[in-house]
Design a protein around this ligand. Structure first.
Ligand code: G3P
Ligand code: MG
Length: 229
């Protein structure tokens, strides 16, 4: 499993359509379904990296308030769905076989520094680092240039390719609504590989791969897989 093979299926927040997102069980389900890699989101909490999408606890747990304002001990007893806990990133590294690729998305302040400290524990695991916050990507690159970076874009702007080239190590990650043939051709002409989020329709996934997309993020790796494509 590596980010260097296409068509690449990435389990979005694990298998978020099947098991509560960003939990160990969700990542394990995605791996069992044969994804090429998993994607997860990280925030900092009292010097630890915790795996949760939102800056607030409200949507995905039985807690309330912001992750950054919560004591780590209090956050760790919350229910993130089906009785699962909010995992530490270090716990995901332990629970998921070392050959499984992990796309780590930096969501919050302080994540770049903590990740640069933690990643040496994973010397052989395929890792791809992403963020919509390109300043965080720059912070990470200033500390560690060993790992590939894939900047995320939720909107297409005149400087999208320039920004991608500034930060990217060969990948650009786009929202599915940004996809046009012209943009994909334009991106390819710069030698970048495109990863598209979040694709939950099999026919759309097939079309994207025909158009030359390198990989997709999906909540349903049971429906979109190497056997159904
Ligand atoms: O990295 C792809 C995707 O995870 C980006 O959006 O909001 O699901 O983190 P979001
Ligand atoms: Mg994400």
């Amino acid at each position: 499993m590596t980010f260097d093979t296409t068509p690449l299926i990435i389990g979005h927040r694990g298998a978020a359509g099947l098991v509560p997102e960003n939990t160990l069980e969700s990542f394990q389900r995605a791996v069992a379904l044969g994804v090429g890699a998993i994607e997860l989101d990280i925030h900092a909490c009292e010097g630890a990296l915790v795996v949760i999408h939102d800056e607030s606890l409200d949507r995905t747990t039985n807690g309330r308030g912001y992750v950054k304002d919560t004591r780590l001990a209090d956050l760790r007893v919350l229910d993130a769905g089906n009785g699962s806990r909010i995992p530490l990133l270090a716990e995901v590294f332990e629970a998921i076989p070392g050959e499984v690729g992990i796309n780590i998305e930096l969501k919050g302040t302080g994540t770049a520094e903590l990740l640069a400290q933690l990643l040496p524990s994973q010397p052989t695991r395929p890792i791809l680092i992403s963020s919509f916050n390109h300043t965080l990507l720059g912070d990470f690159q200033a500390l560690n240039r060993r790992y590939p970076i894939a900047p995320l874009f939720g909107r297409w702007r005149a400087d999208t390719i320039d920004r991608a080239i500034e930060y990217s190590s060969g990948f650009i990650n786009l929202g599915r609504k940004l996809v046009t043939e012209e943009r994909l051709d334009f991106i390819r002409s710069f030698g970048l590989r495109t990863l598209i989020y979040t694709v939950n329709d099999l026919e759309e996934a097939k079309r994207l791969f025909r158009q030359g997309v390198w990989g997709i993020f999906t909540d349903y790796p049971d429906q979109i897989s190497s056997t159904t494509l």
